[in-house]
Design a protein around this ligand. Sequence first.
Ligand code: PLP
Length: 369
Amino acid sequence: MNSELTMIPPARPLIGQEERDAVDRVLASGMVAQGPEVAAFEEEFSAALVGGREVVAVNSGTSGQHLGMLALGLGPGDEVIVPSFTFAATANTVVVSGATPVFVDVDPRTFTVDPAAVEAAITERTVGIQPVHLYGHPAPMDALLAIAERHGLWVFEDAAQAHGAMWQGAQVGTFGDGAMFSLYPTKNMTSGEGGMVSLARPETARQVRLLRNQGMETQYANEVAGYNNRMTDIHAAIGRVQLGRLPGWTATRQENAAFFDAHLEGVVTPVVVEGASHVYHQYTIRIEGASATERDAFAAALREEHLVGCGVYYPTPVHRLATFRTEVDLPVTEMLAREVLSLPVHPSLTDMDRERIVAAVNTVAKAGA
Ligand SMILES: Cc1ncc(COP(=O)(O)O)c(C=O)c1O
């Protein structure tokens, strides 16, 4: 280990002077709760990322998927088909709506739901499918929409990690009845905390707006029992600046990924299937055939011997977490939970960082081979 080197972090939110100036502008205005900045952010996000579909801003991605699915009618007794290889919020939001997540397996190449597994999991209680565009690779939306149509189900896209990703030429968030994007600090763009919900139909968008604000469109004329899941103008002001910077950051993420694809050896690099445009929220390799202990040792060597930060998303499949403990056989999910490791791919990597990451991975892979 070279003592002059510093740790390359696995993620690095880029928040600069422009974001600070935007926050100052809002603070100086004296109007900090949901107001004109939120409205402008919704319009700009809609135009830039979901082809003009109506967008509603909320205080987190989790709130977005919760309110989005409630607006589609989700409630007690219903089942929603979800992957288990995801962040727990995907299933938590089904549970807190009184419904049951039904976990299915994923495609080992893309880490996204397997349409055949989705179709096999449909029962008379199934109301919807929630695919996840995991790590920034789009789920196979054409096949999923065809299944949904055949069985009369809605589709709600978990696009938390996939701002700007495309499937067969169209942006994610434009396929389903609804979709959610997270604006958590480590995501491809941030507002501090926040979420954006895109909706295919104006009546569902109105329902999300009502649920976001205690069921009110007009003050004190509450129409339904709702929540306070509003975004503040402070957060929206940050998000608006970040939205403008997103295309450049995405291009840099893709260039970093292409460099790794070309130079990494001894590990399985991410697959981009035909028709997909990947935005590399994570650049996730597989240590093929590894046990979880071997993968964790690989990660520890990268961190401790080479000062390369890395992360495991996600070490425990959601169906095995204490909250769910579902008896279901998901062999691909179990294998991926043992083998995956995400490398830094964020836009602030320098050329030297990229060289260091490649040298570190190739060295550790060779030592373990
Ligand atoms: C796949 C996935 N779904 C849902 C969420 C929830 O988003 P948030 O953290 O903004 O509530 C996240 C992000 O954390 C996520 O990665």
